[in-house]
Ligand binder design. Structure first.
Ligand code: SAH
Ligand code: SF4
Length: 365
């Protein structure tokens, strides 16, 4: 017997109204959506998960996003900046574990000194891995020349979430000033595409004031922007942030979790061949949250390889998982958990975005 979800999914394209409806489906209905997305994933990108070893290299940040636990004005955050040597040790661990790629992520710093440091690190990562490791970076808004310099030094993917594609909502979750300018964020995403990065963006899901329409528009934003990769996850409140005062407006975390799975499925349906990450924040809500995302359309996991002693301090949100573990402890449990999704792990492969190669008319691996 066919139901309305099946009818919607049979159409050649989804309208905003369809998406708003699908975002509100109940358990039985959403399982049809999830199954459909899983089939599309299998057909277009295969049943394979690629690893990116995540190094949270510093929690020093010059910005003040209202939601983030490492925002500059949070005096309770204990700041750290991992030495280049320790970063390279973590990179070596990822390389020796056959992860295929690493991600360097940090709070946002923009200075000639920081630019140089990253350039040198990128070159060293390429060198120590015989050019074998793929490199994604997520280092915030930077001038186009900086993006170019890092690209030339070996980074080939960049993650910069738009956070919300609705400027009104954007300014409810960021200060409205030059340092947190929506147009600058958009311009940065354009620069990244222009320079030639596989360009990734994403949003937080379940933010205060966010509507289902906003989320549908976020999906169309990603489609229209023609992104190559996406990392989107549930918003999780942090007590030491200004947005915490709106916590009574939030839906329960379990609902934000399910809503994120629906967003991932819908994005897989409308952008079939992109890379979609199973965000770490999902694991903060459900111990097998990322694996659940893999089952409904995601194909990238970013195992944390940050040295254990620093992890506790990269608290963007509360309940961050595995902050008391060393990287090695995570590898085995992760492999076992991916096993239950039925997907294979693309050990030693870059697992680049197929969409990127199509977009640029190139042949990929
Ligand atoms: N400074 C860089 C990268 C680190 S922050 C940047 O902002 O791009 C990486 C991501 O963490 C952000 O894009 C944001 O979407 C997410 N994040 C921050 N605080 C969060 C919270 N409270 N809940 C969920 N995700 C959060
Ligand atoms: Fe800094 Fe990124 Fe957190 Fe904003 S989201 S405060 S830029 S680390």
């Amino acid at each position: 017997m066919s139901n309305f979800v099946e009818d919607i999914l049979k159409q050649p394209a989804l309208s905003k109204e369809d998406i708003v409806q699908l975002l509100q489906t109940n358990k039985e209905e959403r399982n049809i959506l999830f199954k459909h997305a899983a089939q599309i994933k299998e057909e277009y990108v295969g049943k394979k998960v690629y690893y990116r070893g995540l190094i949270e290299m510093s929690n020093i940040c010059s910005k003040n996003c209202y939601y983030c636990g490492i925002r500059m004005d949070n005096k309770n955050a204990e700041r750290y900046d991992i030495s280049d040597k320790d970063i390279l040790d973590a990179v070596r661990f990822a390389y020796e574990s056959n992860y295929g790629s690493v991600v360097l992520q940090a709070g946002e710093i923009s200075s000639p000194k920081f630019t140089k440091r990253i350039t040198n690190l990128l070159k060293q990562i390429k060198e120590l891995s015989n050019n074998e490791l793929g490199i994604t970076i997520s280092l915030g808004e930077q001038p186009e020349e900086v993006y170019q310099e890092w690209f030339d030094a070996g980074a080939h993917r960049y993650l910069l979430r738009i956070e919300s594609s609705n400027p009104d909502l954007y300014y409810k979750i960021h200060p409205n000033n030059e340092k947190h300018d929506f147009e600058t964020r958009l311009a940065c995403l354009k620069s990244l595409q222009k320079v030639g990065y596989q360009t990734g963006t994403g949003v937080m899901i379940g933010l205060p004031f966010q509507t289902y329409e906003d989320l549908a528009n976020d999906l169309f934003f990603m489609k229209n922007f023609d992104i190559d990769m996406c990392g989107m996850g549930p918003y999780i409140e942090h007590v030491d942030t200004p947005l915490y005062k709106h916590k009574d407006l939030l839906m329960p975390v379990e609902d934000r979790f399910v809503l994120t799975l629906k967003m991932i499925s819908l994005l897989r349906i409308i952008m079939k061949d992109i890379n979609i990450a199973a965000a770490t924040a999902l694991q903060a809500i459900d111990p097998i949250g990322r694996e659940k995302a893999i089952k409904v359309g995601a194909n990238i996991i970013m195992p944390n390889v940050t040295p254990g002693m620093y992890r506790d301090n990269y608290k963007l949100y509360e309940n961050k998982p595995c902050t008391d573990e060393e990287a090695e402890d995570c590898t085995n449990c992760l492999e076992m958990r991916i096993g239950i999704t039925g997907d294979d792990i693309g050990y030693g492969e870059w697992g680049d975005s197929k969409h990127y190669y199509k977009r640029r008319n190139l042949s990929g691996n």
